[in-house]
Design a protein around this ligand. Structure first.
Ligand code: ADP
Ligand code: MG
Length: 619
């Protein structure tokens, strides 16, 4: 295994090259870097537009380039269908993961009813959350390049501590698509701790709580920091609780108290105006005792005392999460060396007071809560750039380790630059009815297609009980020990059938080869991501065809002739679309076949036809 310093100094890294830190938030995103004078982290404020870039993407139509940030936010009201917000909620998720929340968004999330990752339809085009996040990252990259007057190609990007592998991988892919080499994905609470200077010296041992209340999400993490290693002891929270909910309590209070129903009734512009006024009141009350403003001829007042009463139940919910997180970490408030506040909503005084009271110590809010995560990401970037010799360098794995999935795609299990020892795993399933063997092919490398990567091993998991496609659950675990030996094990959970191999991934691999593999992955990043998206669309389409044909064969007697002939036409169109290699054409045909078959599929089976399917599929 290579040390970080060697690994990063291979070939592509030039000295003094800027590596930025990015907070890719649900509501707001920021980019920061280490200022050469004083070597302090600074959030980038390009052209005086402020440091905060709202995470909103608007598609003007007519082939024009998307608009990102504050300008895009204005279109949320006038053109909601073509204006995408909160895309972070969709990253790495399937439609099933989203459940009822899919309907709450103002834009169209595609219901292809499979376990495949969600797509968003904007006009005739389909975007994955990865592509949309890439638009936000691209905007941040351009702002950084503009402000710093130098190309920016490398970044550290933060994610919530609770993000799973697939959400982390999606974030990496978004970075690549935005033209950024993602040196590391860092947990947001870890970044916050780094920004507060915690964990920078190797002999330091600390336990901290990080309380993050943003625009639409809340989470709290308990971290233990030891010898420069940040361990998440527990996390808790609510992905549907944040500043927007505080605004809503004010909105509802005003509409109830001041008979605004008639003004607001079927008047989206007035509703939005009131919503913005509620947010303004909330922000004002963070530093003042009372607020008043005129709305459609009525004076709307709000005192801090009333506001506190309104939001008390919401704040109490966050405290309940803190209680649970502490209990899960088996700690008491006295065990914590610090409590750090992150996220714009922690500016609300009641939040500060409640958190401090619960943890029995003054919470630390000396850094700007909007910027703290991005600042910490910049520090992490600086460490990875080898600019902080005082910080411990750990053994890392220089290349990604993963397995082959349907269509010859590389599914990364242990991403490159992971500290070792480490272990990671994922669940897979079969793609064909009655399949009893599953071939596990282990690869190493950064490319999206396994054929471009290095094959390490292959084995068959045999003796899976014959079941319909999608039912078997196969856990594949990668365990990489401190000596660099990788153990790959596959277990079918119902029958407990298992099989394992041991490999030494670095065996016979020179530093020059590692370097070449990294360089290749950068040169081919765009085409690789594009190829992956076509293959994923094809896989969704092929699974859909398999399901529909099977469904019609089994249930033909329950269908009308018109339904059967419509389905045959839809199937034909999807097959034709499959010959195009164009992901939008394919996904559109999938969407149409889905719309067509859903009514009678639901009628006949009372469940969606793909519902039994869970997990990714291997050949
Ligand atoms: P995220 O991490 O989810 O992208 P942020 O940390 O940027 O979100 O938080 C955005 C939220 O912070 C919004 O709901 C905004 O209204 C709120 N906020 C920003 N400034 C203040 C303030 N001064 N007082 C109260 N809330 C604020
Ligand atoms: Mg945030």
């Amino acid at each position: 295994m290579a040390k970080v310093a060697i690994n990063l100094s291979t070939g592509s890294i030039q000295q003094e090259e800027i590596i930025v830190g990015i907070d890719l938030g649900t509501t707001n995103s920021l980019v920061a870097y280490i200022h050469p004078d004083g070597r302090r982290p600074v959030a980038i404020n390009d052209q005086g537009r402020g440091t905060i870039v709202p995470s909103v993407v608007h598609f003007p139509g007519g082939g024009e380039a998307p608009i990102v940030g504050t300008d895009a936010k204005d279109y949320l009201l006038t053109d909601p269908q073509n204006t995408i917000y909160s895309v972070k909620r969709l990253l790495g998720k399937s439609y099933q993961d989203l459940g009822q929340h899919a309907q709450d968004l103002g834009y169209k999330v595609i219901d292809d009813n499979s376990e495949g990752l969600v797509k968003i339809r904007v006009g005739e085009k389909f975007y994955s959350p990865i592509e949309l996040s890439a638009e936000i990252l691209k905007e941040l990259r351009i702002r950084a390049e503009h402000a710093l007057k130098t190309p920016v190609n490398k970044a550290v990007i933060t994610v919530p501590a609770y993000f799973n592998d697939s959400q982390r991988q999606a974030t990496r892919d978004a970075g690549r698509l935005a033209g950024l080499e993602v040196l590391r994905i860092v947990n947001e609470p870890t970044a916050a701790a780094l920004a507060y200077g915690i964990g920078l010296s190797p002999d330091e041992e600390k336990t901290v709580a990080v309380y993050d209340l943003g625009g639409g999400t809340f989470d709290v993490s308990i971290l233990r920091i030891q010898q420069g290693i940040f361990e998440v002891l527990s996390t808790n929270g609510d992905t549907y609780l944040g500043g927007d909910d505080l605004d809503r309590t004010i909105y509802e209070y005003w509409t109830g108290q001041y008979q605004l129903a008639t003004v607001l009734f079927q008047n989206p512009a007035a509703q939005q105006q009131l919503r913005l006024l509620a947010e303004e009141a909330k922000r004002h009350l963070s530093t003042h005792e009372s607020f008043a403003a005129d709305f459609a001829g009525t004076t709307l007042p709000l005192t801090k005392a009333t506001f506190n009463e309104l939001i008390q139940p919401l704040v109490e919910r966050t405290i309940a999460s803190c209680r649970q997180a502490l209990a899960d970490a088996k700690l008491t408030p006295a065990d914590l060396n610090a409590v750090l506040l992150v996220g714009g909503s922690t500016r609300v005084p009641l939040v500060y007071e409640s958190v401090s009271a619960f943890f029995q110590q003054p919470a630390n809010n000396s850094l700007n809560p909007d910027e703290v995560v991005a600042l910490g990401a910049a520090i992490q970037a600086d460490i990875l750039g080898g600019n902080r010799r005082d910080v411990l360098l750990l053994d890392v794995t220089p290349l990604t380790l993963g397995i082959e999935t349907l269509g010859g795609l590389m599914d990364p299990i242990i991403p490159r630059n992971s500290k070792i020892p480490t272990k990671a795993g994922r669940q897979y399933t079969t793609s064909v009815d009655g399949q009893v063997n599953l071939k596990i092919s282990v690869y190493q490398g950064e490319r999206d297609l396994v054929q471009e990567n290095r094959k390490l091993a292959e084995f068959d998991l045999r003796g899976i009980p014959a079941m319909p496609a999608g039912l078997p659950k196969v856990d594949v675990n990668f365990i990489l020990n401190a000596d660099g030996i990788l153990k790959v094990e596959a277990i079918e959970l119902r029958s407990n059938t298992r099989q394992a191999v041991e490999i030494k991934p670095q065996y016979g691999l020179t530093d020059a080869q590692v370097e070449q593999m990294l360089l290749d992955s950068l040169t081919h990043a765009r085409e690789d991501v594009a190829a992956r998206m076509v293959i994923e669309a094809r896989t969704v389409a092929e699974q859909m065809l398999y399901q529909v044909e099977r469904f019609v064969a089994k249930n033909g007697q329950h269908l009308t002739e018109a339904e059967i002939s419509q389905t045959t036409t839809g199937v034909g169109e999807l097959k034709a679309a499959l010959t195009t290699q164009d992901k939008d054409t394919i996904l559109k045909a999938v969407d149409e076949l889905e719309e067509l078959t859903r009514p009678f599929a639901e009628r006949v089976m009372n469940i969606s036809i793909n519902q039994a399917m869970a997990g990714k599929k291997i050949e």
